[in-house]
Ligand binder design. Structure first.
Ligand SMILES: Cc1cc2nc3c(=O)[nH]c(=O)nc-3n(C[C@H](O)[C@H](O)[C@H](O)COP(=O)(O)OP(=O)(O)OC[C@H]3O[C@@H](n4cnc5c(N)ncnc54)[C@H](O)[C@@H]3O)c2cc1C
Length: 279
């Protein structure tokens, strides 16, 4: 039997997009389409019945910069963001460079990365750490949501019905110390995949801000340990660094972590990060 046909719609503006979505409520948003391909293991590609491609939506391809923010449309490719160079906070650029290979990064979009329902994909961690905000749009309204709220629950992102991500606003603060690490499972299918980032701000040898975020099946961030170190003189002494790691251990023991290997890898990353701020 022939496979059922798929219809692909290419709206060029929001009114057209929402008109199609109302007519075909099962329509699936399609950005770079790399996730759709990744999730298939058959010889023939199986596509959803109705596809709403975002490719002709010029408004979603825009990049703007003010003194305080970088704003990127949801359809901006990962490589386009990397190519903005020093405008992009280092931790975001580092994380994006770690996603797949250069060919895929020319196709994959930032919106598709942040809206995956598989897990919180790699760009989520730096976006949360940098206090990014997302513009979400439905036919009825436009609303803004913080990256941390958007990714706060396990499972798919917090969308209302027939709503899409349109813009990402990234604050352009100065971060003096940036690290990121991809957490890969030891065996395929093992939980615990994701990305961790570590950023810090330093003013006149004082650690003014420190943030550590992991995003994968769940998001992990311990604000208690961040407050403990804020305001300390640099370089930190080893005792303070050790206490920071201990606070993270306490935090991790209280949350449900997808795997003990992830816990060990995360603590190793945090320890390496904090040691970089000691003498
Ligand atoms: C070989 C390979 C390696 C990969 N490696 C990595 C990796 O190392 N790290 C990583 O993070 N990811 C990885 N990915 C996953 C994926 O490629 C990326 O997450 C990519 O950024 C997804 O972007 P896309 O534009 O292709 O999204 P799509 O596949 O088009 O969409 C992804 C999901 O988001 C929805 N969506 C897309 N745009 C919007 C929007 N604007 N609003 C609401 N929903 C939307 C779609 O409906 C779909 O459910 C890999 C994929 C492949 C095939």
């Amino acid at each position: 039997m022939d496979a059922p046909h798929s219809q692909v719609f290419f709206p060029s503006g929001f009114s057209e997009l929402f008109a199609v979505w109302t007519r075909f409520p099962d329509a699936v948003l399609f950005a770079g389409g790399t996730e759709l391909v990744r999730s298939q293991d058959g010889r023939l590609l199986v596509l959803p019945r109705n596809i709403l491609s975002l490719n002709q939506m010029d408004e979603l391809q825009r990049i703007t910069r003010t003194e305080r923010y970088l704003e990127v449309g949801a359809m901006v490719k990962l490589n386009e963001i990397i190519q903005l160079g020093k405008t992009v906070p280092e931790v975001l650029s580092m994380t994006l460079r770690g996603i797949a290979g250069p060919f895929l990064r020319n196709i994959a979009t930032i919106g598709g990365n942040l809206c995956s329902s598989r897990r919180k994909m790699d760009a989520a961690a730096p976006m949360i750490a940098l206090d990014a905000r997302y513009e979400l749009r439905s036919a009825a309204q436009v609303r803004w949501i913080s990256a941390s709220r958007f990714s706060s629950l396990p499972g798919p992102p917090a969308f209302n019905r027939q709503e899409l991500l349109t813009r990402i606003r990234i604050p352009l603060e100065q971060w003096d110390y940036s690290l990121c690490r991809k957490m890969q499972p030891s065996r395929p299918g093992e939980p615990g995949e994701g990305a961790a980032v570590f950023i810090a701000q330093i003013q006149k040898n004082i650690l003014t801000e420190i943030r550590v975020v992991f995003a994968g099946q769940i998001v992990l961030r311990d604000k208690n340990s961040e407050t403990f170190l804020a305001g300390k003189q640099l370089p930190l002494d080893r005792r303070e660094a050790k206490q920071f790691v201990e606070l993270w251990k306490t935090y991790l023991s209280a949350v449900e972590i997808p795997s003990t290997i992830l816990q060990a890898k995360l603590l190793n990353f945090i320890e390496a990060g904090i040691l970089g701020l000691t003498d």
